[in-house]
Design a protein around this ligand. Sequence first.
Ligand code: ZN
Length: 292
Amino acid sequence: MRIASIAGRAHLIQSDSAVDIASASNNLFPSDPQGLYRRWDEFSEWAKTLDLDELDSARSFEQRDLGNPVGHPRQVFAIGLNYADHARESKLEPPAEPVVFTKFVSSFAGPDSDVTLPSDMVDWEAELVAVIGRGGRDIPRSEGWDHIAGFTVGQDLSDRTIQWWAPPAQFSLGKSLENFAPLGPWVTSIEEIRAEHDPQNLKIGCTLEEANGSTSILQSGSTSQMIFSLPVLVEKLSALVELLPGDVIFSGTPAGVGMGMNPPTYLKPGQTLITTIEGIGSITQRFRSSNP
Ligand code: ZN
């Protein structure tokens, strides 16, 4: 099952058709994507009974019609240095406990979006983003997967000038500028991912396209390289903070960010970044100058 947002309303996606969930359920379920996670088990059961092809209300859509698929979660967790090779390129020790910051919800954007570059040190970080279904405290890692509703593709865009303004690092601010958290194209349910893949062994990466059409691969990793797996993150976060339905976890980025290049290389106006995770899909961000 895939859940996308079109005009701010949650839709079920099947190949190139979308069905408005509130309409198709006679308002049994709300149009706000966040509302679905509060009743995730009930919603999943209902969605299984639908045959989208038989619904008159199914409509076609284009990727540019899609918005951020998770709406406005109450809590956003982001994990720094969660891939050993990325910690190494950052010249930092792999952490003994998860490094946690937030991306403020006002930075969320859809899967096909434009980003104004506020400085010449904006970096890319392809990330698998988990969406919490059932919340809770003190969730053991053995039950961690049961609390994840699904996954989406995210970019943890990062202004390294702000991030390193002063010690301690300003991770949350430097990563929360306008449109710095593009997500999408949809949330793929954990059940659908698992039908063909292991969520802890998905190819993840991003490609840069220049204005002249030439492309280069920036990141190419696997979620198998995470230091703290998703169930371990659920355990460690829920030991301290109650996880709420619809919360999201940006689970860290593999090696290949611009800060780790020699010399360091950052995003430029006119470039397009395509971020892809196996089993979910791709998001596309175009970058433009802050001077019109
Ligand atoms: Zn990150």
